[in-house]
Design a protein around this ligand. Structure first.
Ligand code: NAD
Length: 367
């Protein structure tokens, strides 16, 4: 029997509530798919600041280092909002984790089940069959990190600010590999998004993606799209996409656009894969819901646990290679929604269930 060793960082607000559900679903899935989970919970975010004086306490960081993956909840809340920006929970916990584990690929599935299509702001006929797109975003390069990055005083007294967009072919190649792996598990189509009509980095991006795909995945379909067109096409007809592969800033914007057209943050998972391999010779990864700590409903057993549960399914798929178990969890979530179970965020005025009841419903539907 395979034992999955991962660090659990529930965080603040609804984090601990939805994490409890995810751990129960994982443990029940393990009984059916022959794996055991070996994990312990560690403080992170606001609770880290309160209990240890740091958003990412050393003990939590060490637990992550000893693990094969991190299952993360979410961090932050009104209590810590007045701290200096660098000490705020999100920035002081997630950025060091991204840096330490060299998390270079962010996967954001945009999933809207047909039963929830009314939640999308898009026209009903556009999303009648739901949405199923995966955005693979490069996370450590591009204009957010390139040097120089500064504001300087010019001789004429004016100020000038500069950001530098820079990409190396190796950075483009490794994120393309992630998109290839993901596309093979899905619809086998990759749309690479760039701005190659204007940007040097995009010209390199397009060439390297094309070469990498031709060499390593000639059987997958590859298309290219300018980012301005991609932003329009996502709202015009998101169903035309399978995997979107793009650089850091474009991915930041497009993945949030995708989240909005899918209707509810409570349903959306995410994964960030690192450059290092874990003991299973698979990418070390950090898995977390796309939403935040939802302070407005925290502590009331009202939160939607699906995003956390689906994040744990991504962990099984990418860091532990357990595709069957991952799909069975995803199918159990789908089945619970199909059977009409809804937390408040997706109920649209209909009957609602609690966080824990939604968890029970998912477990009951595990094949
Ligand atoms: P949020 O995502 O927490 O909440 C936005 C809205 O979505 C709220 O109405 C909330 O109730 C709802 N929502 C989100 N997740 C839900 C779920 N699982 N079930 C039901 N409803 C859900 O965003 P916000 O209000 O802008 O931020 C609140 C706090 O979370 C802030 O401190 C922010 O910094 C933090 N935050 C953390 C992360 C992270 O840890 N990665 C991400 C975003 C925001």
């Amino acid at each position: 029997m395979k034992t999955l060793h991962f660090a659990t960082l529930p965080g603040d607000g609804i984090g601990p509530e939805v994490m409890e559900v995810a751990l129960e679903v994982l443990s029940q899935a393990g009984k059916r798919h022959d794996f055991a989970i070996d994990t312990s919970a560690h403080d992170v975010g606001g609770v880290g600041i309160d209990n240890h004086g740091a958003a990412l306490p050393d003990s939590s960081f060490e637990a992550c280092r000893a693990a094969d993956a991190i299952l993360f909840g979410s961090v932050g809340g009104p209590k810590w909002e007045n701290l200096p920006p660098k000490e705020q929970p999100e920035r002081a916990a997630l950025l060091p984790l991204r840096k330490a584990f060299r998390l270079y690929a962010n996967l954001r599935p945009g999933n809207l089940y047909p039963e929830l299509s009314d939640l999308s702001p898009l026209r009903p006929e556009t999303v009648a069959n739901g949405i199923d797109v995966l955005c693979v975003r490069e996370l450590t390069g591009g204009v957010y990190f390139g040097q120089p990055k500064e504001t300087r005083q010019l001789d004429n007294g004016e100020e000038e600010a500069v950001d530098t967009m820079v990409y190396r072919s190796s950075e483009i190649e490794r994120v393309t590999d992630v998109a290839i792996t993901a596309a093979k598990l899905r619809g086998r189509r990759i749309c690479s998004v760039d701005k190659a009509n204007v940007l040097e980095t995009s010209v390199l991006w397009r060439r390297v993606v094309s070469e990498k795909m031709a060499a390593n995945a000639p059987d997958l379909e590859l298309s290219h799209m300018y980012v301005d067109n991609a932003a329009m096409q996502l709202v015009r007809d998101p169903t035309q996409f399978d995997v979107i592969l793009t650089e850091n800033m474009f991915g930041d914007i497009l993945s949030d656009e995708l989240a909005v057209i899918c209707g509810s943050l409570g349903m959306l998972a995410s994964a960030s894969l690192g450059a290092d391999k874990n003991k299973h010779d698979l990418p070390f990864g950090l898995y977390e819901p796309a939403g935040g700590t939802a302070p407005d409903i925290a502590g009331q057993n009202l939160a939607n646990p699906c995003a956390q549960v689906l994040s744990s399914a991504l962990m099984l798929r990418y860091s532990f290679g357990l595709e069957d178990a991952a799909s069975s969890i995803e199918n159990a979530v789908k089945a619970a929604i199909r059977d009409g179970l809804r937390t408040g965020d997706v109920a649209q005025g209909g009957d609602t269930v609690s966080t824990t009841d939604m968890g029970t419903a998912i477990v009951e539907r595990l094949p």
